[in-house]
Write a new protein. Sequence first.
Length: 138
Amino acid sequence: MADTEHRDDNGRVAGQPGYKKPMPGIDGPVAADQAKEKLSTVAGQATEAVSAATGQARETLRTVSDRTPEMMDHLSRRGADYYRQGRRAVSNADSTTVASMFIAGTIGFGIGWLVFGQKSYSGDYVARRMSDGSDRRY
């Protein structure tokens, strides 16, 4: 509770709703006008900042949209180059190399299927146990 012995000229107790502690040298209406002026200045600055940011965003989007066709052309050329290089590498490979790569892939698939694709005789499923072992429990 507020101290009831400290009353202002109107009889209000300090700390009650509606009490305004007087400030030396500043009258009520003058302070309100100053606050309105300051508020309008800040609002104007905020409006200018938003306007500037919007302008910068528009300029950035315009720059990106102007560069998009050039970037797409560049990516298309790079993709075509990679496709040609891959095609050349495959066409230069002889039948022995291709056959050995196929055999190595088949052996790798078979080993993977034997290790991970079947249940063991004890009923343990190796792939699930390995998957459970990789889950982190914090």
